[in-house]
Design a protein around this ligand. Structure first.
Ligand code: NAI
Ligand code: 2OP
Length: 307
């Protein structure tokens, strides 16, 4: 398994480090436009591998020839939010970056599966799918795992229980209109509506929707990367080990959930061939219209693309 991570900034370097720590590849290439930076970070990671007993050979490069024949490419290249910015404010800059990155990836690794991380996530996943020409199962966006992890963390904190016992699913676009599904959220199989008052659940839903900006407002110079990299690597692991995990992920829809021609987060089965199945939940009218609103927000942004 050869994995390339494009963008060696906060998210990309953290993703790469976690791949090394978990021994998820034989070869790992870290790419960035900044000269020397991916080389230095990858060498530093490689030098950590004897301590952790990892045989991942991490190398950094500014040249896509190094990425040749990658099986999986994680795209994290792009600008991140600063206070006062929405994810959508990143669209024009990041679309140009993602377009050129995808062209280079396809040139050297025509069969690679693409895992998108750059924001605005759903629109950038669309850009990579369009530019690569890949079928929808091979271009997947990471956001739902992160949004669900935030939701799960806040529930575990409110109940003072292990995060391991909290199951939750956030669907929709990775934006303010994301759809945390309270009805499918359980603690050791018990619906959270049995465990927490409505007001607390509503506050947790709101905090989840604002999870990204809460961190941006603290950091001021960039956005989150510990939880995003952990979420990305959970998806990498599902692909590398063909685990067939059920994870909320952004994929192109062709009628599922009554949505067509748009990318938003829905539960999928994630394995070696990428998105192996879209899991269709039966939604209430309220959940369905929230998902449709979120999808429409993404659709409007896709329409503004100039690629
Ligand atoms: P960062 O600024 O730390 O790193 C971005 C890196 O991309 C920089 O090192 C930069 O030099 C590089 N880059 C820029 N243009 C490039 C190109 N053409 N080719 C290769 N590398 C290039 O930003 P950070 O925090 O790593 O975030 C990266 C992206 O991921 C942002 O768009 C951010 O909004 C997004 N993000 C998405 C999340 C999600 O849930 N999907 C979660 C967290 C971040
Ligand atoms: C987040 O939600 C920046 O989209 C990223 O933290």
């Amino acid at each position: 398994m050869k994995i390339t991570v494009v963008g060696a900034g906060n998210v990309g370097a953290s993703v790469a480090q976690r791949i090394v720590d978990k021994s998820l590849a034989r070869e790992l290439v870290l790419i960035d436009v900044i000269e020397g930076m991916p080389q230095g970070k990858a060498l530093d990671m490689f030098e950590s591998s004897p301590i952790d007993g990892s045989d991942v050979h991490a190398i950094g490069s500014n040249d896509y020839a190094t990425t040749v024949n990658s099986d999986l490419v994680v795209i994290t290249s792009g600008i991140a939010r600063k206070p006062g910015m929405s994810r959508d404010d990143l669209q024009n800059t990041n679309a140009a970056i993602v377009k050129s990155v995808t062209e280079n990836i396809v040139k050297y690794s025509p069969n690679a599966l693409i895992l998108m991380v750059a924001n605005p996530l759903d629109v950038m996943t669309y850009v990579a799918m369009k530019v690569s020409g890949h079928p929808r199962n091979r271009v997947i966006g990471m956001a739902g795992v992160l949004d669900s992890a935030r939701f799960r963390s806040f529930i575990a904190e409110a109940l003072s229980v292990s995060v391991a016992d909290v199951q939750a699913m956030v669907l929709g676009g990775h934006g303010d209109s994301m759809v945390p599904l309270v009805r499918f959220t359980t603690v050791a199989g018990i619906p959270i509506t049995e465990l927490l008052p409505k007001e607390t659940i509503d506050n947790i839903v709101k905090r989840t929707r604002n999870g990204g900006i809460e961190i941006v407002n603290y950091l001021k110079t960039g956005s989150a990367y510990y939880a995003p990299s952990a979420s990305t690597v959970q998806m990498v692991e599902a692909i590398v080990k063909d685990k067939k995990r059920i994870l909320p992920s952004s994929v192109w829809l062709e009628g599922e959930y009554n949505l067509k021609g748009v990318i938003v987060g829905v539960p999928i089965k994630l394995g070696a061939s990428g998105c192996e199945e879209i899991i269709q939940l039966s939604l209430t009218d309220e959940e369905q219209s929230a998902l449709e609103k979120s999808a429409n927000d993404v659709r409007e942004n896709i329409a503004k693309l100039n690629i």
